[in-house]
Design a protein around this ligand. Structure first.
Ligand code: IP8
Length: 271
């Protein structure tokens, strides 16, 4: 029987969020070793990673989430136009992706990397692009993709496709996906109050849209939807019967425990 899971490595987990293009290699290494353990259990893992400081900072400065804005300029920046910024963010994302791929390959896994700007167009959970490239279900093959700048087929010309939209389509459209796991940085799951105010007692263990939480969306550095988007897309996926979970990726053993149906700490998104 084929077993498949989709895991999102949050950008705030695998990068230093406020230092331009700095990866947290030790965490990436630990997460990849968890992936290897799961594949030896016979589970195929599809990884989608966020952008963190490899994407959001430059995308925000150049307003790439708003699409094409003629004559936008930033004197003294490394690029001279939005078009150059699109190129640079795509390049930076490929670099972050190469760190994830390298760690997986070092562990002997076969990796197929699928950069969205090469196969996806348009935005949101109904973005276009065939998922055929994810069809191999062999557990020793790990598919990897990520949030990216993609082309948009209208006057905007381009925009930001969040990894949270990518996980939703992969989970809903690929056969045999049993769970979607969001591995997050610095939090044990969804909290009742913003992380800097929270204690251990503030973890919401089971969430549905009628349960209140106060999310902190760092809109000054984040060009996608923060925790709110994650909960929305997670709930969409949970409604189709797939298990959807939020865990602290800084304790990667919790991911293994969750998939092995052992006790774990985190949030379950209810249908
Ligand atoms: O971090 C954003 O993806 P996310 C992608 O998964 C870029 O929301 C390039 C900012």
């Amino acid at each position: 029987m084929v077993r498949r899971i989709v895991v999102k490595f949050g950008g705030a987990l695998i990068t230093k969020k406020d230092e331009q293009s700095v990866a947290r290699i030790a965490i990436i290494r630990e997460l990849c070793s968890v992936v290897r353990s799961l594949t030896t259990d016979g589970v195929q893992v599809i990884i989608v990673h966020g952008a963190g400081s490899f994407g959001h900072l430059k995308a925000k400065r150049w307003r790439l989430n708003e699409g094409y804005i003629p004559n936008l300029s930033h004197p003294n920046d490394s690029c001279e136009s939005q078009v150059e910024a699109v190129y640079e963010v795509r390049r930076d994302m490929l670099r972050l992706n190469s760190f994830v791929v390298a760690e997986l390959e070092n562990l002997g896994l076969v990796v197929q990397s699928h950069p969205p700007h090469q196969w996806a167009v348009n935005l949101g959970p109904n973005f276009a692009g065939s998922l055929d490239r994810f069809s191999s279900t062999d557990p020793s093959t790990v598919h990897v993709t990520f949030g990216d700048v993609v082309d948009v087929e209208d006057d905007r010309k381009f925009g930001i496709l969040s990894g949270d939209d990518v996980v939703a389509r992969l989970s809903l459209e690929l056969p045999h996906v049993e769970s979607l796991i969001f591995a997050m940085g610095g939090v044990d799951g969804l909290l009742k109050v913003p992380p800097h105010l929270a204690t251990d007692a503030d973890l919401i263990e089971r969430w549905s849209p009628n349960v209140h939480y106060e999310g902190l969306h760092q809109s000054e550095i984040d060009v996608t939807g923060g925790i709110g988007l994650k909960m929305k897309r997670g709930h969409l996926v949970a409604q189709s019967g797939i298990g959807v979970y939020l865990v602290n990726g800084e304790h990667p053993a919790r991911i293994v425990a969750l998939v092995r149906k052992e006790p774990w700490r985190g949030t379950t998104i209810l249908p």
